[in-house]
Design a binder for this molecule. Structure first.
Ligand code: KIV
Ligand code: ZN
Length: 385
């Protein structure tokens, strides 16, 4: 089995479902162009039947992108599939993503159907889509809470019907990493035609497990991961692209590879955050403001001796110029000395002690100590000479 993991970005579809974060077509094209620069393999550009705006965005994105597969979502409904195919008519490489709920909840309460009828509808939808386009992905909605034996029957049937990719969504973010990994392993071991399709993960973050579940999925045989920039998406969001990609990159032992140009990560994160007016939490892994900021004295001293003491990622690898040493009341002399040197002050050790005491007094009163504050503190010391 190949170790190449395909990155399927759904920022413009599942990500855009966040209330208040809707983008217009021009903004979506800007995000899509950046995603292509980032090197994602597939962009889910929208759900064309849902609104004329979504239809139009899929059409316009299809016209401008060159290398990336453009995917359009549909339910397992003929009208949806026809509209999706129409929206993809200009795509160099197009994919229809169709599917239906497979869990007890979805079959009984949402669809008011039965397991055999669901398989029939799934197969019809995939066959219908395959008559319109070569690349068809099937999603078994709420697969995370679907019985594995039944899920295996669904997966076998849709692959026989022509699905090229089968998506196993943990729609409600319910699974634990081991459980989700076992689900993928079960399918890999029990579906006889599994090697004819790529298995995809699509995890939601309701329990904060989306990244862990996605990694568990690929470790157990999935080769496509569905993600969003900054992990945005319904409720608690989707698996975040930057977390999965950097986990794969940091853990060479896993021996997976993606096509992502990681140096474009921060730019992509900022673009999505700005256009969607959705701030990134400061402690967000990889792209948060504090992801490469060191503030305690022990850590600052360690980083100044050797970056790798406290950093597992070189910030430049994700497009961040350098890590920062934040001066607070928890900082030590080493950090203060370093910052003063950067500002051009080379103080003797007794002078440094004096400035450090005044620095601590100030830092107890003021959260952020700026370079201007330091210049005043160090300037006073020099004028005392
Ligand atoms: O979470 C989910 O199940 C989805 C599907 C439509 C793929 O977003
Ligand atoms: Zn989803």
């Amino acid at each position: 089995m190949s170790n190449r993991v395909y990155i399927f970005d759904t920022t413009l579809r599942d990500g855009e479902q966040v209330p208040g974060c809707q983008l217009n077509t021009i903004e979506k094209i800007e995000v899509a162009r950046q995603l292509e620069k980032l090197g994602v393999d597939i962009i889910e550009a929208g759900f064309p039947v849902s609104s004329p705006g979504d239809f139009n965005s899929v059409v316009e994105i299809s016209k401008v992108l060159k290398d990336t597969t453009i995917c359009a979502l549909s339910r397992a409904v003929k009208k949806d599939i026809e509209v999706a195919a129409d929206a993809l008519k200009y795509a160099k490489k197009g994919r229809i993503h169709t599917g239906i709920g497979t869990s007890f909840y979805h079959i009984n309460y949402k669809l008011k159907s039965n397991p055999d009828e669901i398989i029939k509808k799934a197969v019809e939808a995939v066959k219908f889509a395959r008559n319109l386009i070569d690349d068809v992905e099937f999603y078994a909605e709420d697969a995370g809470r679907t019985d594995n034996e039944y899920l295996a029957r669904v997966v076998e049937a849709v692959i026989d019907a022509g699905a090229t990719v089968v998506n196993i969504p943990d729609t409600t973010g319910y699974c634990l990493p081991q459980e989700y990994g076992e689900k993928i392993a079960f399918l890999m071991n029990h579906v006889p035609n599994i090697d004819k399709a790529i298995i995809s993960t699509h995890c939601h973050n309701d329990l904060g497990m989306a990244t862990a579940n996605s990694l568990s999925g690929i470790i157990n045989g999935a080769r496509q991961v569905e993600v969003t920039i900054n992990g945005i998406g319904e409720r608690a969001g989707n698996t975040s692209l930057e977390e999965v990609v950097m986990a794969i990159k940091c853990h060479k032992d896993l021996d997976f590879e993606t096509n992502i140009n990681t140096r474009e990560i921060m730019k992509s994160s900022r673009l999505v955050s700005t256009l969607m007016r959705m701030p990134v939490q400061p402690n967000k892994a990889i792209v948060g403001r504090n992801a490469f900021a060191h503030s305690s004295g022990i850590h600052q001293d360690g980083v100044l001796k050797n970056r790798e003491n406290y950093e597992i990622i070189d910030p430049a690898e994700v497009g961040v110029k350098e890590s920062s040493i934040v001066l607070t009341a928890r900082s030590g002399r080493a950090a203060l000395k370093h910052r003063l040197q950067v500002l051009g002050y080379n103080l003797e050790s007794d002078e440094l002690d004096e400035v450090y005491q005044r620095f601590l007094d100030l830092a107890d009163k003021k959260k952020d100590i700026t370079d201007e504050d330091l210049q005043i503190l160090a300037g006073r010391e020099q004028s005392h000479k």
